[in-house]
Design a binder for this molecule. Structure first.
Ligand code: FES
Length: 135
């Protein structure tokens, strides 16, 4: 195999692995309006797409306090507030900012390619537990 063929093969594998890490979750036309949140599915799991200041964030949709959809909550600044007990989560880090939730939610990388919205299947960050509330 020539160097050029090997290079081409590696490039194809790298491209395939990059593409396979992201799953299309919706069309661009289905993105939430700024200051809103929408629930989508990522490999069968619920994920909340949050639109903040011209940017989009993807976080686990289920509140870490109980089995409640964060997509039914309110967006305020860079946070989503759980509608049931009022815990707020930072959409950039997943960090739980106030009680009663102590644990963070996972955050995923999100890409917009052409007319599709793609979310990484691997969490990019999981914030630490809210230590001040663990006492
Ligand atoms: S269910 Fe979300 S804060 Fe309790």
């Amino acid at each position: 195999m020539s160097d050029e063929q090997q290079h081409s093969r590696v490039s194809d594998e790298q491209q395939h692995s990059c593409v396979s890490e992201y799953v299309k979750v919706c069309d661009v036309a289905d993105l939430p309006a700024q200051g809103a949140v929408r629930r989508v599915e990522l490999d069968g799991e619920p994920v909340a797409i949050v639109a903040v200041e011209g940017d989009y964030h993807a976080i686990d949709d289920i509140c870490s306090h109980d089995e409640v959809s964060l997509a039914d909550g309110e967006v305020e600044g860079h946070t989503v507030e759980c509608w049931l007990h009022g815990s707020r989560f930072d959409v950039r880090t997943g960090e739980a900012l106030c009680l009663p939730a102590k644990k963070p939610v996972a955050v995923y990388d999100i890409k917009i390619l052409d007319d599709g919205v793609y979310v990484s299947t691997a969490p990019k960050a999981v914030a630490t537990e809210l230590e001040s509330n663990a006492r």
